[in-house]
Design a protein around this ligand. Structure first.
Ligand code: NAD
Length: 475
């Protein structure tokens, strides 16, 4: 496949170009380097129609044949992983090795999800009858994806939706459309026409999708504010929804940890991908006995970290992915500075028009500071001191979000007790950022609605048909 500069929509297995385009900016330079198609109502209608036409045959194929098709699709990525990763760095900004990790993980994820299935469930087997619950595909799925993990988060939707027998129209973020457009191009000859369609466009395309009557379900990953708009729009014709939304995750660090052993992992749990991760640690609660030691260790790591263009050797952290997000993160940091909070910065960053922010720690700000209460989604991390376990649990839970959290302690039983009291969909003990194709992922409170991954995630792409089968035909 050609990784040149031409990008087209994939609709019904064919390339479609559009009259107008959207500039794609390299966040390490602030300059446009490619043009993505700008789909409008007409292209969206065509994509939905193509997906509708493909649905009956794809559904009829059955789990085993669909699994084989998806495994072939995953294998097709592998020889192109380096090309995908290079393009990923240009549009998303992350260092090459980490970009390549996401591509490799995406291919692995498809295979792992494709190997799952949903068996019929027999919920009654009596003298009179058998009652069987079957898992039927929903129809055409709208998938809407953000810019922070543009490849993997698309695959979190594609793999379960397709293996369960649905067809799809996927919309990448206007900031990071290119790898997804190339993925669909790669699969034009691998998946039956219309099973997987990709439309890129501007800000207007997302609302057009959620309002489109042709979709049976919307699977959305993005901010909580947009998630609420998606839910409102879906309500008009009761489309099914899965929403994976924002977070303000707390990590609680107990006094018995060995700071020299945990500092690095805690640091990467907060700053990986320049902290643009929904499940990054966004508030770090450190017991007062080890506060100074851990703060200084984290500050030393920040000062040693190289922030720069992800295409350059030795860079560990790339830019913020887009200008609006860059402005939001800068405003949060400037606000903290204006409030007189103590900022502990990492190294200087390039000053070349790219969206770079130095890795920044905030030394024990008040709980009410915006840098604590808001989801930063960028490299500014508040370090907060605590002395009492009940108090720190209350502070960790005092958030409208409930995505993930972590507890760090040598006493695993005590850590589990604390974990059980955190109001989050995922809780880790002595680790962070972990998930897997077999592990359900769901946000509590305003961090989400529904589940991705695992059997629970797969089930969300089906509806239950309950069939009563008599033991004898008495009619
Ligand atoms: P966003 O909500 O601005 O955009 C997400 C997607 O929705 C984009 O494709 C965008 O074009 C589209 N969109 C925008 N307005 C829309 C509308 N009215 N209707 C339908 N679609 C619309 O989010 P973002 O800035 O791209 O991503 C960052 C956010 O995503 C953060 O809050 C982060 O925590 C969250 N996130 C959550 C998860 C998770 O799994 N819980 C994973 C990654 C990111």
């Amino acid at each position: 496949m050609d990784f040149g500069k031409d990008y087209s929509l994939t609709i019904g297995g064919a390339a479609v170009t559009t009259a107008t385009t959207v500039d794609v900016i390299n966040p390490a330079t602030g300059l446009a380097f490619a043009k993505a198609p700008r789909a409008g109502a007409e292209e969206l209608d065509c994509a939905v129609e193509a997906a509708k036409r493909a649905f009956p045959e794809w559904k009829k194929l059955g789990w085993a044949a669909r699994r084989d098709a998806l495994i072939a699709a995953a294998r097709a990525i592998e020889p192109h992983a380096e090309n995908f990763a290079r393009l990923f760095v240009q549009e998303q900004g992350r260092p090459y090795d980490m970009a390549k990790d996401e591509i490799d993980l995406g291919a692995h994820w498809i295979k792992a999800v494709a190997r799952q299935d949903l068996d019929d469930e027999i919920v009654e087997d009596s003298a009179a009858r058998r009652v069987v619950v079957r898992h039927e595909p929903l129809g055409v799925i709208a998938a809407i994806v953000p810019w922070n993990f543009p490849f993997l988060l698309a695959i979190w939707k594609i793999a379960p939706a397709l293996v369960a027998g649905n067809t799809m129209v996927l919309k990448p973020s206007p900031f990071t459309p290119l790898c997804t457009l190339k993925l669909a191009e790669l699969w034009r000859d691998i998946l039956p026409p219309g099973v997987f369609n990709v439309v890129s466009g501007g800000d207007e395309l997302g609302p057009m999708m959620t309002a489109h009557p042709g979709f049976a379900k919307i699977s959305f990953t993005g901010s909580t504010a947009t998630g609420k708009r998606v839910m409102e729009s879906a309500a008009r014709d009761l489309k099914r929804i899965t929403l994976e939304l924002g977070g303000n995750d707390a990590a609680i660090i107990m006094p018995d940890v060995d700071v020299s052993k945990v500092a690095q992992q805690l640091f990467f749990g907060a700053f990986y991908n320049s902290a643009q991760i929904c499940i990054a640690t966004k508030r770090m609660y450190i017991h007062e006995d080890i506060y100074d030691e851990l703060r200084d260790a984290l500050h030393a790591l920040a000062k040693a970290s190289v922030v720069g263009d992800g295409a350059e050797q030795g860079v560990m952290f790339g830019p913020i992915q887009n200008k609006p997000q860059f402005e939001r993160v800068k405003a949060l940091i400037d606000g903290a500075r204006d409030q007189g909070l103590v900022l502990l910065e990492g190294r200087n960053v390039p000053d070349n028009g790219g969206y770079f922010v130095p890795l920044t720690l905030v030394d024990n700000p008040p709980e009410t500071a915006p840098v604590v209460t808001q989801e930063a989604f960028g490299p500014v991390l508040p370090l907060l001191k605590f002395s009492d376990v009940d108090d720190v649990i209350a502070r960790a839970n005092a958030s409208e979000y409930g995505l993930a959290g972590a507890v760090w302690s040598r006493d695993v039983d005590a850590a589990v007790e604390i974990a059980n009291r955190l109001e989050t969909g995922t809780v880790w003990i002595n680790e962070n950022l972990q998930n897997g194709p077999h592990i359900p992922f769901a946000g509590a409170k305003q961090s989400g609605f529904g589940v991705e991954n695992g059997k629970e995630g797969l089930r969300e792409y089906t509806w239950p048909r309950t069939v009563f089968i008599p033991k004898s035909a008495k009619v």
